[in-house]
Design a protein around this ligand. Structure first.
Ligand SMILES: Cc1cc2nc3c(=O)[nH]c(=O)nc-3n(C[C@H](O)[C@H](O)[C@H](O)COP(=O)(O)OP(=O)(O)OC[C@H]3O[C@@H](n4cnc5c(N)ncnc54)[C@H](O)[C@@H]3O)c2cc1C
Length: 398
């Protein structure tokens, strides 16, 4: 009888796990939303995760819809460049760093789901379900993967309540079609003196082909900037636009009209900057966590989805090579937990340091940013996983 696997959550992690497992398993994929279309916002995916997607033969498809990031450019809000770092293949990596809309990543993963995968939408798994599955003498599943995101029920079942840590800022995000930004391949990070930071990057190859840029942006606004004002302004889309316009009023980037970017974004979404303290255990009996359920992290560093993809590939690899699911869980957790816990802390550190560098100017600012990003790259560097699990070679063109 094939190994029976339940996956809770059909986000990036759940879909990547199902796609990586392939045909030899009986998979039930539970998703509490009514459809599997990802949202229309962007993700920047790191080369180690792209390498796992390439292992599924998805590289050329991803590169045909997304944008290969050439460099990260750091600027102040008057348009002064602080520094620039090449990324992905432009920095000598084998794989590109890729900017892509989440719905394009999701539809690419859906195209690789095995036919043995049963998708159950509008089906929310509760703690009671996990308890019932565990109590049954004939267990319905050999392994249950908790890929249910930052508010994970499987995490509560596995390790009990763990507090969300609020980072003291709101993230506003949107997507807008604008004239080509710089070379159409650059990721920018703008820091203003009041602590507001803008991350913006192009995400669509289709829009690039007509000479424009579809820009995914996130504006990080510290609570200290809006204290006492937010409640009075309200939360309607118009109020949010007014608030953001007032925050970026004196910005002068030259190559990007930030006010137009805000105006032209059909829907501006807001989230709090949140993570949870790292934990030293991700499993309970046959339930194991991955992705944001295991290690929710600040999006600063663009690592959350990337690490989730690597988790899923690694768990699938362990399931394929270990006859006993408990051994697969042990191998997966011992490989991934130390690395991702380090990244949760590295993201907090980078967030803190970027704000601390605000008081500096000129070459001192360059040195500080340079040190922060070099230390960060060192902290998140991972040993590449063996390519033995690749299903086929895949190539890309530039
Ligand atoms: C503003 C912002 C920007 C980001 N930018 C980047 C970036 O550039 N690069 C990057 O790598 N990461 C980025 N991230 C992080 C990234 O979005 C997450 O790390 C990633 O989506 C985690 O994937 P996941 O599969 O673990 O969870 P999710 O993608 O959240 O998927 C969880 C799924 O589980 C479902 N679910 C939840 N509970 C249940 C239940 N009880 N039963 C059934 N289904 C359930 C949900 O509906 C959802 O579909 C960003 C995050 C934010 C907030």
């Amino acid at each position: 009888m094939p190994t029976r696997i339940a996956i809770v959550g059909a986000g990036v992690g759940g879909l990547m796990l199902a796609a990586s497992l392939g045909e030899n398993y009986q998979i039930d994929l539970f998703e509490h939303r009514s459809s599997l279309n990802g949202d229309g916002y962007g993700l920047n995916i790191q080369p180690n995760a792209i390498s796992e997607l390439a292992g599924l033969g998805l590289l050329s498809r991803l590169c045909s819809v997304g944008i290969q990031t050439r460099a990260h450019r750091y600027l102040s809000s008057d348009g002064q460049q602080i520094m620039e770092e090449p990324r992905g293949r432009f920095a000598g990596e084998v794989m590109p760093q890729l900017s892509i809309l989440r719905r394009d990543l999701v539809s690419t993963l859906l195209s690789r789901l095995p036919s043995s995968c049963q998708i159950h939408t509008r089906d929310s798994v509760a703690i009671e379900d996990l308890e019932r599955w565990e109590r049954q003498s004939r267990k319905p599943y050999d392994l249950i993967a908790g890929a249910d995101g930052i508010n994970s029920v499987t995490r509560s079942y596995t390790v009990g309540p763990t507090a969300l840590r609020d980072g003291g800022m709101t993230l506003y995000r949107g997507v807008a079609d604008l004239p080509k930004m710089l070379d159409g391949e650059t990721f920018i990070l703008v820091t203003a003196d009041n602590g507001c930071r803008l991350i913006a990057y192009p995400v669509s190859a289709t829009i690039a082909k007509v000479g424009s840029s579809r820009i995914n942006w996130v504006l990080l606004v510290p609570d200290s900037v809006t204290v006492g004002k937010s409640a009075a302004l309200g939360n309607s889309q118009e109020a949010v636009r007014r608030k953001l316009r007032s925050l970026i009023g004196n910005w002068a980037l030259g190559f990007l009209d930030v006010a137009a970017m805000i105006e032209k974004s059909p829907i501006i979404k807001s989230d709090r900057l949140r993570d949870r303290d790292p934990i030293d255990q991700w499993s309970r009996s046959r339930v194991v966590l991955l992705g944001d359920a295991a290690h929710p992290m600040y999006p600063i560093g663009a690592q959350g989805a990337s690490q989730t993809i690597v988790d899923a590939a690694c768990l699938a690899g362990a399931i394929k090579t270990k006859a006993d699911p408990f051994d697969a869980i042990t191998e997966f957790v011992s490989t991934r937990l130390p690395q991702t816990n380090k990244i949760v802390l590295a993201n907090r550190k980078m967030n803190r340091e970027e704000l601390e560098h605000l008081g500096t100017t000129g070459s001192a600012r360059f040195k500080k940013f340079h040190k922060t990003t070099s230390n960060y790259r060192q902290a998140v560097r991972d040993r590449p996983r063996p390519r033995s699990s690749w299903v086929g070679e895949d190539t890309i063109e530039r």
